[in-house]
Design a binder for this molecule. Structure first.
Ligand code: FMN
Length: 185
C-alpha cells in the first residue's frame, strides 16, 4: 500500500512529527513525505492512504492570516523560536482544494500546546473534517502531539509519533478495500 504524508510547518515541530510518523509507516508501507507547498496532485492519485497534519493555529488549522502572524513571531528574536521557513503559503487544507479526488483512506494529526484542548483547539479535527467531506475514510481518530509552552516537542512525543505511524499503517491495511483478485484467492 502506498501512503503519502503531507504537512505544513514553519517552526519545524510538525516537520519533525511528520518525519517520525513517516518512519513508523515505512515499517510496512511504501511512503512519500512532502510539504504541502511542494506536493504534486499526482502524488495524491498514487496514494491509497493520506496522512495529513499541521500545527494548531488560532484554535484550528493554519490560515493565510495565522501564517503571516507566525512569520512575524519568527522574525522576533525575543520569541526564541527556531524558524524552519519564513513563509508558508499552502497547508494541507488548501492543497485538498487542488485535488480532483483524495485518497480513499486518511489519518490526521496536529501539533498543539500541552494545555487543555478546549483552549488550544486541534488542527487534526479540522483537517479530518475536510477529508471526510471529500469522501475519504478515517482509519484512526485525529491525534494531537504535544508541545512545551515555549515551543518544541515535549519529551517522548517524537517516539510516540513513530509508534502512531506504525498503528496507522496497521489500521490502514485492515481497512483497505480488498481487490477482486484478493477476494477470489
Ligand atoms: C499565529 C499562531 C497561532 C497559534 N495558535 C495556537 C493555538 O490556538 N493553540 C495551540 O496549541 N498552539 C498555537 N500556536 C502555537 C503553534 O502550534 C506552535 O508554534 C507550533 O510549533 C507551530 O508548528 P510548527 O513548529 O510546525 O510550525 C500558535 C502559533 C501561531 C504562530
Amino acid at each position: 500500500m502506498r501512503a503519502l504524508v503531507v504537512y505544513e510547518s514553519m517552526f519545524g515541530t510538525t516537520r519533525e512529527l511528520s518525519e517520525a510518523i513517516a518512519a513508523g509507516l515505512k515499517r510496512s508501507l511504501d511512503v512519500r513525505l512532502c510539504r504541502a507547498d511542494e506536493v504534486q496532485t499526482e502524488d495524491a492519485s498514487a496514494a491509497e492512504l493520506l496522512v495529513a497534519g499541521g500545527p494548531a493555529h488560532s484554535q484550528s488549522s493554519a490560515t493565510p492570516a495565522s501564517r503571516q502572524e507566525a512569520a512575524v513571531w519568527g522574525e522576533d528574536p525575543a520569541t526564541g523560536l527556531r524558524v524552519d521557513l519564513t513563509e508558508m503559503t499552502t497547508g494541507p487544507r488548501e492543497w485538498f482544494d487542488e485535488l480532483e479526488s483524495v485518497p480513499g483512506l486518511f489519518a490526521a494529526f496536529d501539533a498543539r500546546t500541552d494545555i487543555p484542548k478546549l483552549l488550544t483547539g486541534a488542527a487534526s479535527v479540522r483537517i479530518g473534517r475536510e477529508l471526510r467531506l471529500r469522501g475519504s475514510t478515517p482509519v484512526v481518530p485525529p491525534e494531537s502531539f504535544l508541545l512545551t509552552r515555549s515551543g518544541g516537542l515535549k519529551s517522548g512525543e517524537a517516539e510516540r509519533a513513530r509508534w502512531w505511524g506504525e498503528q496507522v499503517a496497521e489500521a490502514a491495511r485492515r481497512a483497505r478495500p480488498r481487490t477482486t483478485t484478493e477476494t477470489s484467492t
